[in-house]
Design a protein around this ligand. Sequence first.
Ligand SMILES: NC(=O)C1=CN([C@@H]2O[C@H](COP(=O)(O)OP(=O)(O)OC[C@H]3O[C@@H](n4cnc5c(N)ncnc54)[C@H](O)[C@@H]3O)[C@@H](O)[C@H]2O)C=CC1
Ligand SMILES: O=C(O)C(=O)Cc1ccc(O)cc1
Length: 306
Amino acid sequence: MAQVYGRVALIGLGLIASSLFWAIKRGGLAGEVTGYARSDETRATAREIGLCDRVCDTAAEAVAGADLVVLCVPVGVMGAVAAEIAPHLAPGATVTDVGSVKADVIAQVGPHLPKGVHFIPGHPLAGTEHSGPRSGFAELFDNRWCLLVPVEGTDVEAIARLRALWEGAGAHVEEMDAEHHDLVLAVTSHAPHLIAYTMVGVADDLRRVTDSEVIKYSAAGFRDFTRIAASDPTMWRDVFLTNKDATLEILGRFTEELFALQRAIRTGDGDHLHAYFTRTRAIRRGIIEAGQDTDAPNFGRGGPKP
Ligand SMILES: NC(=O)C1=CN([C@@H]2O[C@H](COP(=O)(O)OP(=O)(O)OC[C@H]3O[C@@H](n4cnc5c(N)ncnc54)[C@H](O)[C@@H]3O)[C@@H](O)[C@H]2O)C=CC1
Ligand SMILES: O=C(O)C(=O)Cc1ccc(O)cc1
């Protein structure tokens, strides 16, 4: 695959940055990849495992001369990192991020960036419950969505180049505005994570059960909850604090529906429960029939367009 950028700088060397690095190497998508992480320990690990062509001791050094800078830090510190790198960015460079929340990140980062630098926020919809520099792998973005959230008036060539990088890394790219992104992600990712955290917390409160039966006999549902609830606490704290309005809106609706189902169980209203579950089953089947199940074997490979 052809090189897309001469030099790429990755700031924050965790799951997403390390996966992107390995995907860039797999595809030959950049001439050189520099990296910077705040902690000595992370930088030492990165050097040990060959993560990045050059690991730098400062963010300034990492971004100097970079054509693309990718902010891969928790969403709560995007603004502080942008302020740190801003004076050292090359004119004409593109700055992007991989944060799970977009409107708040745009508000944090945008004001720090000098004129002549293209800011194109992004979000790969791919991850795991693992974090840190050792957790990445080249295939993470294969057949997954990556959403780009360019602000109005952004240079179209800069967008096309960033799109080519993500496509080279295996992703399907789509553009979306920030508010819509944050609402969609509140429904599909942020609220579900909070529900998983809560469910695992509830099971833990019933300690007599967790110690033995819950783990031993847990079927897929609870196992998935425990996997999701093992995700990085800093990352998820920041997600909820920065996508507050959309998450609260969805959780409000969730609570109302949950109360209605609770009432149906208490009053023995089987028709209500059956009708509800029939509706939700049709949604899942609709996703599969529309070819939108990214786990399906033919997703993005000549099947229905993702
Ligand atoms: N984990 C996931 O499944 C996904 C995460 N994201 C987003 O990607 C971003 C990174 O997440 P992960 O790679 O999972 O996190 P991670 O916890 O694996 O890595 C974050 C890295 O940022 C570094 N860091 C933290 N504060 C810093 C600072 N002030 N300056 C420099 N480095 C700093 C940490 O030391 C660590 O190396 C987050 O914004 C997250 O919302 C997006 C998609 C999926
Ligand atoms: O591991 C999982 O199930 C995920 O949901 C991964 C994930 C986490 C955060 C994102 O912003 C995007 C994807």
